[in-house]
Write a protein that binds this ligand. Sequence first.
Ligand code: ZN
Length: 362
Amino acid sequence: MGEMQRSITGSDQTRGTQSSHNTPPVSLSPSQLDAPTNLPQLYHIRSLQGKGQAMIAACNIPKGTRILCESPTITLPGNSHDSASALLLAQLITTQLSNLPAITNKHFHTLHNNYPPPTPAAVGICKTNALPLSHESLSAGVFLTASRINHSCAPNAQNIWNASLGKITIHAVRDIDADSEITISYLEPFLPRPERRAKLASAFGFDCVCKRCAVPPAQIKQSDARVERLVKLDGEISDGHRAVRDPLGCLWKIKEMLGLLEKERLGGSMVLRAYYDAFQVVIANGKEARAKVFAERWYASVIVVEGEGTKDAVRAKRMVERPAVHVLFGMGMRWKQGAGKIPRGLGEEEFGKWLWREKVGV
Ligand SMILES: [Zn+2]
C-alpha cells in the first residue's frame, strides 16, 4: 500500500541497513534527537551487529502503543524522483539544512547514506532515509529517529503520516518484548519472498533475514502460497460488483484473508482494511447488528495503527455509533432484515459463526 512505501526516489532508492557501508555506531537518546514528544522513553537507538543502527524496545510495549511521534527534519516534494529535478532537490535540501540548528544538522549527518559520491552526502542521506508523508502524494520526509527503524517483512510496528498533527507516528501493531528490535516494513504487503528479496536488495541494498525470510524452504513455499492466495483474495474483495452479487462469498473471503494475514504475521493496515471491507459488505446488505460488530473491529484496528483523532478514527467511531448512516446502507439488501440484535452469551466460536454468517438461516 502507498503509505507503506518509501517514496522519493522510486527504484533507485536505497536504505542498506545491512550493507557493509554502515555509518559509524552512534548512540543517541530520544532527547538528543529533537524528538518532539512527551511520551515516556519506550526505545533506544543503538547499533546492532550487522544491521547498523536500530530501534530497540526499552520495555514491554503492548500492541497499539504510540512508540514515536515526530516532525520531519527535511521534507521532500513528490516529484523528487525526476532526474531533471536533481539540482533543485539538492538546493531544497541545502536550504532546509541551513535553517536547522547546528546540533540537528549534526544528527542528520549521522543517518545512514547508501549513495557514494558524486551524490552529495545530504542528498544521499535523504534518498536513503525518506519515509512517505501521506497516502496520496509521493511527498516524503527525513526523520532523525523514525528513519533509523529497520525493515522486517513481518514488522511489529507501523509508520503512518498523521496529517492533523503534521507528524509521523510509529505504533506497535503487535506486542513487543523489551530488548527486541522495533521494525516497520519498507515494502508493499503482498509480495512473495523472491520479489521481496529482489526489491530489498536493489532498492535498499541488503538481504532480509526476518522471521518470514530466514526459514526452511518448505515454510517459504507455504508462505509464498499464502501470499499468492492473499493477492487473489484482495482482488476479489475489492471488486464492488462481486460484493453486491455474492455478499456471503465475499464475507467468507474476508474471513479467510484475516486468517492468512495472521499466519503471515501481517497486521496493521491490512487487518484494518479487512474489517472495513467486512463492514461495507454487511451494511450494504442492511445488516445493522453485524455491521456494528465489524465497525467496532474496524475502529479498534484504526486505533491500533493510528490512535485517536485521525480522520479514519473519527469516521470509524461514527460508524460504530450509527452504522446505518453509511452511504452503502441497504444498497444491496440481500439479507433483508431490520436492525437485528447482536447475540449475547455466545462463546467466541459460536459468536464467530453468527458474525461471519456460517450458520444457516441467520
Ligand atoms: Zn524479510
